[in-house]
Design a protein around this ligand. Structure first.
Ligand code: ATP
Length: 275
């Protein structure tokens, strides 16, 4: 899901306040990040450093946003990649790319004078899928092994502390080696937003838009059960497009209602074409 979409993702600086709903994941993530910030106390107590956090949940719910906010919150350098970038036909290429990613993260932190670096890997299941043991996926194994090696090599006392945040829609597909203690120790579930969350997300994406004061985003939130954050962002964007077609300076309620239908219809078409 990342690839093409990545180019359209706007700010690289992002705060937890810019993420609507998701109160529980935000709380759990901030709590886990204490391990990165409070490194001295952690070391004194002999607690092993936190190396990996796994975000799981359906697409478009804000996992990438959470990872970016985590970097901002901890003043860390931030590098991102998608698991599919590491899937290669040629032996060793994927593994080399993993090595480079960790190197790049450490170098960027030094350059930006940060004490920590956060590496975000979206679609981790593309590299960290279950190994079949049949020896057919040797290249894929090397990539996964390299990732495990890099994670095991993370030390609590380095001048740059590294934290890996990974996301997947399909946790059940992950190789158990990734889920062992000392690797992805923390799992945070990021679900579809509830009504309050949806309203919060709509308000965030209405910030830079002329929404008619008479329009009710509360009502829009009620009518968008099952929508992800990404779909709610589309509703606001499509609503603005309908307003433009209507030669209206304000985004009015009917524009937003039409936008809901459009986004819902788009989803249905996507499902039918992929079937
Ligand atoms: P994927 O698994 O498809 O990569 P994701 O969970 O990483 O999805 P994001 O990339 O974080 O999803 O979200 C995509 C876009 O949807 C964001 O750039 C943002 O515009 C919007 N969005 C998603 N969730 C939220 C949210 N909780 N608050 C505000 N905007 C959101």
């Amino acid at each position: 899901a990342a690839g093409k979409k990545a180019a359209t993702r706007k700010p690289s600086f992002l705060n937890f306040e810019d993420i609507g709903g998701q109160e529980q994941p935000k709380r759990e993530l901030k709590e886990a990040l204490e391990f990165l910030v409070e490194r001295e106390r952690i070391a004194k107590l002999g607690i092993r450093p936190l190396k990996g956090i796994l975000l799981t949940g359906p697409p478009g719910t804000g996992k990438t946003l959470l990872a970016k906010a985590a970097a901002q919150h901890t003043q860390s350098a931030f590098v991102a990649a998608s698991g599919s970038e590491f899937v290669e036909m040629y032996v060793g290429v994927g593994a080399g790319r993993i090595r480079d990613l960790f190197k790049e993260a450490r170098q960027l932190a030094v350059k930006q004078k940060r004490e920590s670096a956060i590496i975000f890997i979206d679609e981790i299941d593309a590299i960290g899928g279950k190994r079949d043991g049949g020896g057919q996926h040797r290249e894929y194994d090397q990539t996964l092994n390299q990732l495990l090696t890099e994670m095991d090599g993370i030390q609590g006392d380095e001048s740059v502390r590294v934290l890996l945040i990974a996301a997947t829609n399909r946790k059940e597909l992950l190789d158990s080696a990734l889920l062992r203690p000392g690797r992805f120790d923390r799992h945070i579930q990021v679900d579809l937003p509830d009504k309050t969350g949806r309203e919060h997300i709509l308000n965030i994406h209405a910030r830079n838009k002329p929404v008619d004061p008479e329009a009710s985003l509360t009502k829009i939130a009620e009518e968008t059960f099952g929508f992800s954050g990404a779909q709610l962002e589309s509703v606001m964007n499509e609503g603005a497009i309908y307003a433009m077609r209507d030669q209206s300076e304000l985004i009015r309620m009917p524009h937003l209602s039409q936008a809901i239908d459009k986004v819902m219809m788009g989803e249905r078409m996507d499902r039918e074409t992929t079937r």
